[in-house]
Design a binder for this molecule. Structure first.
Ligand code: DAH
Length: 342
């Protein structure tokens, strides 16, 4: 490495530095000349090969170069930074980029609201298994063998069987948890049971093979149909508004007697009739009734002493009514354009 070569390098380096017009070019210069293995470092390393008598002069050249470059580089960088903050297109008062925030699924939001209302009324929250046996899902709920009521709920059966050789199944409703509660604890009982249920059903705008229910059970001495109605009305007023109009219709469920369904006035059309209420002006929101004596007996409770009521809501249905979503499948397509609205 000759003195001549080093001088040429110094000139070239300073010219490159002084040609710089933009922060991008400045960065490029830094990467070429100033980093650990950059060109200035390489030159300094080659100082070792220089004959001893030349070393002081060449060393001085390179050291001078390095300090000049570092000084000018810092000055340039400062200038660019100042320019950036004086750039009329740079506005530090603009709001930052919004980071999108997630939210609970609309079905879960509905469930949370419902649970909240019942918990404030004194109900405990209980759960049970998704895989059930015939006894809990049907038999103890007063669905006799071969009774047509079993066909009301098309069942997914498993290959595994219970102790009696009957196939296990995916629960078709949350009602079996009523039985599990009555078998496992002494009344009084006052519990709600949220959970997932399964039915072998054709998927359509109105039904899915997998959906959610909220079951309720209250067992005590001297519980009456008036208690059931009062509870349902208190719930509906908190969920849908205190001015809500409602009606109870007689219905049938094997595990309750008498059985009823509660309708509320369609809040979409105000009772005039629309697509959602199928022109009736009413929306069915819950099935309910007084726990059938056969069910109490199956759980070894004396119907002369204990009575109670039960109820079952479909959560997706309630969610659809509250949100105006008219196709149940939309709830589980995971399309962000729908979900981000809740
Ligand atoms: N298990 C019923 C169903 O899936 C809903 C139901 C109706 C639950 C009446 C109840 C009840 O507890 O009393 O259709």
């Amino acid at each position: 490495m000759t003195r001549h070569e080093v001088e040429a390098f110094c000139t070239e380096t300073l010219e490159a530095l002084r040609r710089i017009q933009s922060p991008e070019e400045l960065e490029q210069f830094r990467l070429t000349y100033l980093v650990q293995k950059g060109r200035i470092r390489q030159m300094l390393d080659r100082l070792r090969q220089v004959p001893t008598e030349e070393k002081p002069a060449i060393g001085r050249l390179l050291n001078n170069l390095r300090s000049t470059v570092e000084e000018e580089f810092a000055a340039l960088r400062n200038r660019f930074e100042r320019q950036r903050s004086h750039d009329p297109t740079f506005d530090p008062t603009l709001p930052g980029r919004l980071i999108p925030r997630g939210s609970l699924h609309p079905v879960l939001q509905t469930l949370d609201r419902m649970i909240d209302i019942f918990v404030r009324m004194g109900f405990a929250v209980a759960t049970g298994p998704d895989v059930e046996d015939d006894h809990h899902n049907f038999e103890a709920l007063n669905f006799p063998p071969d009774h047509p009521a079993r066909d009301m709920q098309d069942t997914f059966f498993l290959r595994r069987t219970d102790a009696h050789g009957k196939p296990l199944l995916l629960r078709t409703h949350t009602s079996p948890v009523q039985i599990r509660l009555m078998e496992s604890m002494q009344p009084p009982i006052r519990a709600i049971i949220p959970g997932r249920v399964y039915r072998n059903e054709a998927i359509s705008a109105r039904s899915l093979a997998e959906f959610h229910q909220l079951e309720g059970l209250c067992i005590d001495e001297r519980t009456s149909f008036a208690d059931l109605k009062g509870t349902m009305i208190a719930f509906a007023e908190q969920m849908y508004g205190s001015g809500i109009r409602y009606r109870f219709r007689p219905s049938f469920f094997p595990f309750t007697e008498p059985s009823a369904e509660m309708d509320i006035e369609c809040f979409l059309c105000g009772g005039k009739g629309c697509r959602v209420c199928k022109q009736s002006g009413w929306l069915e929101i819950v099935g309910c009734g007084m726990v059938h004596p056969h069910v109490l007996q199956a759980c070894k409770l004396d119907p002369e002493r204990w009575q109670g009521y039960a109820f079952g809501f479909g959560i997706e249905r309630v969610t659809m009514l509250l949100t105006g979503i008219d196709d149940i499948r939309l709830l589980y397509e995971n399309d962000i354009r729908l979900l981000e609205q809740f």
